[in-house]
Design a protein around this ligand. Structure first.
Ligand code: NAD
Ligand code: ZN
Length: 366
């Protein structure tokens, strides 16, 4: 088992990463509980596979548990479900010092974390991320929340977990498409700030994809280290934390264009978005053409979508996509924020992207 510490003063916490952690959950979570009880929030799919093992591991240490089970999918991340979860937790007599365990992907982590943030003005919570995306990204850093009809993630709070348990074995039951979508966020860390990690991913990506536990462990650990470091420097995204949005200005527009449907998963939009950000950077003369070529080659070698043309169905034209980017919540004074690059591992935040280049790259579809 490896430990990554998120350094936030009194609110610092550990991310425990390793195989077999779910079976040890009682011993690992027990010390954080003031009484032997925990409430678990999860979704139906995850509950069907991993809830009983978690409850058994808690029971083995004498910890009683109750579960709130929601339907799977992005549509679950709603205010209506926050109300439902909060009322169920109150009905279960969850007290101020109790912990809520979020067992699931980013949807469950974001929703349960937000419910914990507002329940009794804030109870603690533990993240047990079950998707690769959640292990390397959404379970770390304290952004919690739900979607509004006005847009994604528009309602929420910063609420850091007390502990994150990332069990590498849990990823074995994840559908391959979901795994690769999460892998896009792993690649993101290499591309935004660690060229040596990207080199390592080029060499070990296929082993990692095909189930190699040690490779998965290394990738999750390095990703968590980078996220923990950025979050410790800039918890509330006043500066460097925005680097984590590499590929996301484009990606969010593509998700909006496809109606947040199964046509395009979040991580798939991010992969295509990163390829676009590198291409725009090269055409603006910020980095050598070799960089976008390497990025596209790696995504292609992994069997991932990396071009606009890889998205099934029709898309809006370049102007339409730029208009969708304008709806992102990171727009300030009408200017789009882009994360561009000076090379692999050298991302920076800018409001000065050359929109003629952006338009041209989107128009060609790569
Ligand atoms: P998800 O939670 O919807 O999980 C994807 C699917 O996989 C679901 O159908 C789920 O039931 C299933 N699943 C989960 N774990 C499984 C397992 N081990 N075996 C089999 N099936 C499993 O999606 P996600 O990609 O994990 O998360 C996406 C969400 O995360 C989005 O809402 C996004 O906004 C959010 N997010 C938040 C942050 C943050 O900082 N808070 C960062 C990135 C993304
Ligand atoms: Zn993302």
């Amino acid at each position: 088992m490896e430990t990554v510490r998120v350094g936030l003063g009194e609110r610092s916490y550990d991310i425990l990463i390793g195989p077999g952690l779910l079976g040890r959950a009682g011993g690992l979570i027990g010390p954080y509980l003031p009484r032997p009880f925990a409430a678990i929030v999860t979704d139906e799919t995850v509950a069907g596979i991993h809830l009983e093992p978690l409850r058994a591991a808690l029971a083995a240490e004498g910890i009683a548990s109750e579960a709130v089970i929601l339907p799977p999918g992005e549509a679950t991340k709603s205010m209506a479900n926050v109300t439902l979860v909060v009322e169920r937790l109150l009905g279960l007599k969850v007290e101020r010092d109790d912990l809520v365990i979020a067992l699931g992907g980013g949807v469950i982590g974001d929703l349960a974390g937000f419910a914990a943030a507002i329940l009794r003005r804030g109870v603690g919570f533990v993240q047990v991320p079950t998707t690769l995306l959640a292990q390397v990204d959404s379970s770390v850093g304290g952004k919690t929340g739900v979607n509004s009809p006005h847009g994604k993630n528009l309602i929420g709070a910063f609420h850091q977990p007390r502990l994150v348990l990332a069990d590498i074995d849990i990823l074995a039951t994840l559908p391959p498409r979901e795994f690769l979508a999460g892998y896009a966020e792993v690649v993101k860390y290499g591309l935004l700030g660690d060229a040596a990690f990207f080199d390592w991913l080029e060499a070990h990506g296929s082993a990692l994809r095909d189930g190699d536990t040690l490779a998965r462990l290394h990738a999750v650990r390095r990703s968590c280290e980078m996220k923990a470091d950025i979050v410790a420097r800039d918890e509330h995204e006043r500066g460097d934390r925005a680097l984590l949005n590499l590929g996301h200005t484009f990606g969010h527009a593509l998700e909006a264009a496809t109606g947040y449907s199964a046509r395009l998963l979040h991580g798939e939009g991010v992969a295509i978005g990163m390829a676009l950000a590198f291409e725009v950077s090269a055409r603006m003369g910020l980095c050598a053409q070799e960089a976008p070529s390497r990025v596209a080659a790696h995504l292609a070698a992994m069997g991932m979508k990396h071009r606009l043309a890889d998205i099934p169905g029709d898309l809006p034209d370049a102007e339409g996509l730029i208009a969708l980017m304008g709806q992102d919540k990171k727009v300030r004074q009408g200017r789009l924020t882009f994360i561009l690059v000076r090379g692999i591992g050298q991302a920076f935040v800018t409001r000065e992207a050359d929109m003629a280049v952006v338009r041209a790259v989107l128009g060609e579809g790569l």
